[in-house]
Write a new protein. Structure first.
Length: 171
């Protein structure tokens, strides 16, 4: 009599091995990425330095709030760097600063000052003028397309909130 081998993944040992394999793969991928956010950074100091540069270069400050735990934060970062139009517009019109939001450091004081942008989810973008006045908070879910971001939506957002767009002399 032949014995039929069971190929069920319900076997506790197989399930455990599969779980370990998947966990290791996910962990290895996350560890390979350079962190975008520094949980120990002084967000107020980083913002003050960005504002100084913005005044010197006649730009606005683009604040990206998120954390190293956030896959969409990395997607936005990668999209900006890989899209020449978006990347050049960010560099031409904004001083970019990242503010961490994680269990290690939620940066409540600075985020309270900025109108609690974490209510929109992560990442969230803020545009500040050269004096640090919040001009706009952008829910980045509205800039998404599929599993990434939409070039035209990002370009439109960036163009509508740069210094030139808000100059009364332009109208």
């Amino acid at each position: 009599m032949k014995h039929k081998a069971s190929h069920s993944y319900a076997s506790p040992i197989r399930a455990f091995c599969f779980f370990c394999l998947i966990s290791f793969s996910i962990g290895a991928t996350a560890q390979e990425r350079q962190p975008l956010y520094n949980p120990t950074a002084d967000a107020a100091q980083d913002l003050a330095e960005a504002l100084l540069l913005a005044r010197q270069q006649h730009k606005h400050v683009l604040v990206q709030v998120g954390g190293n735990w956030c896959p969409w934060c990395y997607r936005l970062h990668d999209f900006i760097l890989s899209d020449p139009k978006v990347d050049s517009l960010v560099k031409a019109d904004y001083i970019l600063v990242r503010i961490n939001y994680s269990p290690e450091n939620r940066n409540y004081p600075i985020l309270a000052r900025l109108g609690y942008p974490q209510r929109f989810g992560f990442p969230v973008l803020l545009v500040l003028d050269q004096e640090g006045v919040r001009l706009h908070t952008q829910d980045t879910a509205l800039l998404e397309q599929g599993e990434s971001y939409d070039e035209e939506k990002l370009l439109s957002f960036l163009r509508h909130w740069n210094v030139e767009a808000l100059d009364p002399a332009a109208y």
